[in-house]
Write a protein of this length. Structure first.
Length: 243
């Protein structure tokens, strides 16, 4: 296997990619290559230029909101690419100056030194399933907020439900029959009820989620495949969320 001759650090953003190159060896040159558009087509131009000079690049960038499209694109073309865990990137104490150029140079240098910790990139099916579970969690959050807004509005307007439990069938019938003294308040009530109904409809995506899990696992039960998924696939909003 041919050894890598250069290590390419990329600071990836939505509309731009800042690129730096570290040549092989401790004394190899570390230089800033430039800033390109954030598209894969622009990245391909850089790759063709590097390869045309007889160099064998090895790429690295930090995991972030742009996902794994660059990783999948480069590896599909036969190049090595690492997606570094941002929390595990070594950073000099007291170095608070941060910009795209410095970040790309730092990634190239650390990649050459073998000091980057790569994340495990999920398969397309696993990432699609993770998106579905995120949408499910978002729907539950939206439903909770919609209920809170509706109850707060009813409390302000002096309407209190005298039944046992809220959100039961009896409570929903009470809401449907409720008449507000002013037309504007009636409009607000109807909008809150419709927003809650919309969230409840989104919450009924559970059967779709189960079918998706079964499809990914090749037709197995819907609970077992989710339990077998690696814990890293459930990372969400800075906290580990299990299925």
């Amino acid at each position: 296997m041919k050894e890598h001759s250069i290590f390419v650090g990329m600071d990836v953003h939505k509309n731009s990619i800042d690129i730096a190159i570290a040549e092989k060896g401790r004394e190899g040159q570390l230089r800033h290559f430039g800033t390109i558009e954030g598209s894969l087509a622009a990245l391909d131009k850089v790759v063709r230029k590097l390869v045309s000079n007889g160099q064998r690049p090895c790429f690295a960038y930090e995991a972030g909101p742009c996902g794994y499209s660059i990783y999948r694109h480069l590896t599909a073309k036969g190049f090595d690419c690492a997606v570094a865990a941002p929390s595990l990137v070594p950073r000099a104490s007291g170095n608070r100056i941060k910009n795209d150029r410095r970040d790309s140079l730092m990634l190239a240098r650390l990649h050459r030194a073998g000091e980057l910790t790569a994340v495990c990139v999920p398969h397309d099916e696993d990432e699609a399933l993770r998106d579905l579970t995120r949408a499910r969690e978002d729907a539950k959050i939206d439903e909770k907020k919609a209920k809170q807004r509706l109850l707060a509005f009813l409390l302000r307007s002096g309407n209190r439900y005298s039944g046992r439990a809220p959100w039961s069938q009896a409570h929903r019938r009470w809401l449907a029959d409720l008449k507000m003294p002013h037309r504007c308040q009636q409009i607000v009530l109807q909008e809150y009820i419709e927003a809650l109904s919309h969230c409840a409809a989104a919450d009924r995506s559970d059967p779709a989620a189960g079918a998706a899990v079964a499809a990914v696992s090749g037709g197995a039960s819907t609970t077992e495949p989710a339990r077998r998924l690696p814990h890293r696939f459930c990372h969400h909003r800075g906290r580990d969320r299990r299925f």
